[in-house]
Design a protein around this ligand. Structure first.
Ligand SMILES: [Fe+2]
Ligand SMILES: [Fe+2]
Length: 374
């Protein structure tokens, strides 16, 4: 009760300060990502943007840098030294170690037999350059999703994960404040930090500025299963792998749990592990290890950033397409994609759509003009 009292007081004073009219300065001062989006440091010409790669755009974005730094700080606050190192290693270099020694044809056949992959599939893994020992791009330049979904711009993965990890931390705080429920921060936040780790592999940038189409695996986007497999392969503790597997579905109903069990079975096959012996599933293989833990629900809830971020990205992209044609004279699809990627990497789709929806088209165009000139 004492804790609840203190938290409530703290939130009360923060709310009071916001209501008193000092909202933005206070919020920006405490949030480097927001500060970076609010204050882009330069305005580039269209021609300069068209010569940039997605990696250039992510590297030079203050928003992406700030989100990266925030995520690394979040990872450094994990308690378990082994988990902490795995998360930092993944962020530094998301090389798919699951691909290195995998007998892809044999694994594909097993997944087919178990009904975990479409029978018509000829390959299992997304393409990899050269010797399979390097990632196709850095962690911090990957988009947050496919091109028609959330945070679909260079660095969108780190902005998505920053929001998710912050949401998971707040949920943990709130569950404790309201119910006195203490959950395992390492499991919830660690799994959130790892949850989309193979998007740099799966969501590769294409020449026209769009993103490789993602295949399905175990009835979900392949990035999810491949990311779980990578965590398993790198030795993340079983209960944290299970929490990570809950990002796309939760085990609160038999139907939902069947999906999560499928993700885990497919991921374990790819990682070369027995999902029951390794402790991911119960003895009968039909449910998660029992009793089901609660951290996976936190991971699932905190991954719901996409609910608003998906439409915000698409509505921003549609408005940008019109603006690029009408104001900047750029109509060709690939050129528009590159301008879109650059603008969103610097201002974020969430912030831009917030401006469009609350202040209108002129304010939206003024925002874009802060980072892009003809
Ligand atoms: Fe995901
Ligand atoms: Fe996600």
């Amino acid at each position: 009760m004492q804790d609840l009292h203190l938290v409530t007081r703290r939130h009360f004073f923060r709310s009071a300060a916001l209501a008193a009219g000092a909202p933005f300065a206070a919020a920006i001062a405490s949030n480097p990502v927001l500060a970076a989006a609010a204050n882009p440091d330069r305005t580039l010409r269209v021609a300069d943007v068209l010569s940039m790669t997605p990696v250039d755009m992510a590297r030079e974005s203050r928003v992406v840098s700030a989100a990266r730094t925030w995520l690394e700080g979040c990872a450094k606050r994990l308690n378990d030294a082994k988990l902490r190192q795995i998360v930092l290693d993944v962020m530094a270099d998301p090389v798919p170690t699951v691909a290195v020694a995998l007998d892809e044809a044999a694994c594909l056949e097993t997944l087919r037999t178990e009904g975990l992959i479409d029978k018509s599939r000829k390959t299992l893994l997304p393409p990899l350059p050269g010797d399979k020992r390097s990632a196709p791009q850095p962690y911090w330049s990957a988009p947050g999703s496919g091109y028609s979904s959330h945070h679909a711009y260079p660095g969108g993965l780190v902005t998505h994960c920053a929001l998710n990890a912050a949401s998971a931390e707040k949920l943990l705080e709130n569950y404790e404040a309201v119910f006195g429920l203490k959950l395992d921060r390492d499991a919830a936040v660690g799994a959130e930090l790892l949850h989309d780790l193979h998007k740099p592999w799966v969501l590769q940038w294409l020449e026209d500025g769009s993103i490789r189409a993602e295949a399905q695996l175990a009835k979900t986007g392949e990035h999810h299963v491949l990311s779980i497999a990578e965590s398993m392969k790198r030795g993340v503790a079983p209960h944290i792998c299970v929490a990570q597997a809950c990002a796309h579905e939760h085990p609160g109903t038999p139907a939902g749990e069947a999906f999560v069990v499928g993700f885990i079975r497919a991921a374990a096959r790819i990682a070369g592990l027995d999902p029951i012996k390794a402790g991911f599933l119960a003895e009968d293989g039909k449910t998660l290890a029992l009793p089901r833990r609660m951290e996976g629900f936190v991971v699932h809830l905190a991954d719901h950033d996409f609910v608003v971020a998906g439409p915000a990205c698409q509505w921003s992209a549609a408005a940008l397409s019109t603006l690029f044609a009408d104001k900047y004279g750029v109509k060709e699809r690939a050129a528009q994609n590159k301008l879109r990627n650059y603008v969103l990497a610097n201002l974020t789709a969430m912030r831009l759509y917030g401006t469009l929806s609350s202040k209108g088209e002129k304010a939206f165009a003024d925002e874009v003009a802060r980072v892009l000139k003809a």
